[in-house]
Design a protein around this ligand. Sequence first.
Ligand code: E4P
Length: 222
Amino acid sequence: MKLFLDTADIEEIRTVARWGVLDGVTTNPSLFARTSGMTYDEILAEICTITDGPVSAEVVAEDAEGMLKEGRHFAKIADNIVVKVPMSETGLEAISRFAAEGISTNCTLIFTANQGLLAAKAGASLLSPFVGRLDDINEEGMVVIRELSDIIRFHEIESEVLSASIRHPRHVTDSALAGAHIATLPFKIFQQMVHHPLTDKGITQFRADWDKARKALEAAKG
Ligand code: E4P
């Protein structure tokens, strides 16, 4: 399963890229609102210098023509830009028109397998069900990931299921087990995946034992 970083923070993206585990990036207007000093275009252009993987840029227009205008503009920033379009009737129209123009899309704000199926039929490359936001309202977000992944594989559809709105590391494991092609995670969850108390304790212990052994050897040699 591919792992994307769900952020517009350049330093977070550089860090995970250095770890060698970054397959792409997703941004949205809320993530952009947490940044400062750069325009959305500038941030997207910078991200595309860090990763060759898909970088999602979200449109905010409410009509298809407006979505197309914004998306065509984003698509010119770099070859790996994927235009993120919200699930809606106009969103589906925009996705199918982008597909006809050869512009890749990520259909966002998917909350049912049927919405995902429609987005795939319209021609979206990526289908983004929001796991955490479903869990937040006492529904099972992972059910949508499992159902949509099964539908995509059973019917040999080319779109990929991107597990989004990930809240904790267990969501990542469960997304992989449920058949998601991709999960997009906040930086904090990448860090949580790296660490385990026994790993951290083990590193400290090995270091201490190494120093102890070296000191003992030096003492023995006089
Ligand atoms: C990713 O593409 C989504 O925009 C993101 O995962 C939403 O996450 P949230 O529900 O934590 O805002």
